[in-house]
Design a protein around this ligand. Structure first.
Ligand code: PEP
Length: 247
């Protein structure tokens, strides 16, 4: 049976000492988890976090990856560099990167392609803004965002993770109701099913103010295969409670 995946997105938070303290608490509390677990950390900490969690149930993820292989792309980090550090996942197309860094569906699709080619699992984020939801465009938007990745990555598509993250729910404390989330997840599952006979392998995560109190209900939905967790992943007891809810 497919395991759920609980992935923390630390965003631009952390410092050597606090990272170590957080991971120590997570490693002490995680036991033998029934789900896959990852922490997606800022690029400068990938190596040290990798060393701290080595051999444990916690995998390391990056928060982005370059759409290029190598060369004159100042500030970027390539998929092969991530691979070099034994990074397992890379978030691509997070709404904060789409919004603040102008990442288009095409760029996101290329980033997913580079990750896959390097043996890294891209966590492909899709999600509508509040304005788009209110205009009745939710399905159209998420299908367009996922279609770009499917179109570019063809037969590898069953190797990705998808994260449905309604933009209006990220960092706002407003969570999609389990029914609202399930409705969109079912649309994404159908789209994946049409693209690959292995669609059931794909973990479709929900992200957007998931916390210790709402995780069990969200994770209980038929097509919700885990969570991409921002704020709550920075507090060990909260992240551990979400992991426990994924059992
Ligand atoms: C995120 O950044 O991916 C996220 C879901 O954040 P939060 O859980 O804080 O809403």
């Amino acid at each position: 049976m497919k395991k759920k995946l609980i992935a923390g997105n630390w965003k631009m938070n952390g410092a050597t000492a606090t990272n170590a303290a957080l991971l120590q608490q997570l490693l002490a509390g995680v036991g033998q988890p029934a789900c896959d677990i990852a922490v997606c950390v800022p690029a400068p900490y990938l190596a040290e976090v990798g060393a701290l969690v080595k051999g444990s149930a916690i995998a390391v993820g990056a928060q982005d990856v370059s759409a290029h292989d190598a060369g004159a792309y100042t500030g970027e980090v390539s998929a092969s560099m991530l691979r070099d550090l034994a990074v397992r996942y890379a978030i691509v197309g997070h709404s904060e990167r789409r919004q603040y860094h102008g990442e288009t569906d095409g760029v996101v699709a290329s980033k997913a392609q580079k990750a896959l080619a390097a043996g890294i699992t891209p966590i492909v984020c899709v999600g509508e803004t509040l304005q788009e939801r209110e205009a009745g465009l939710t399905e159209e938007v998420v299908k367009r965002q996922l279609a770009a990745v499917i179109h570019t990555n063809g037969h590898c598509i069953s190797e990705i993770v998808v994260a449905y993250e309604p933009v209006w729910a990220i960092g706002t404390g407003k969570t999609a109701s389990p029914e609202q989330a399930q409705q969109v997840h079912a649309v994404l599952r159908a789209q994946l099913r049409a693209a690959t006979e292995h669609s059931d392998r794909v973990q479709i995560l929900y992200g957007g103010s998931m916390n210790a109190a709402n995780a069990a209900q969200l994770l209980g939905q038929a097509d919700i295969d885990g969570g991409l967790v921002g704020g709550a992943s920075l507090k060990a007891p909260d992240f551990l409670a979400i992991i426990a809810a994924a059992a």
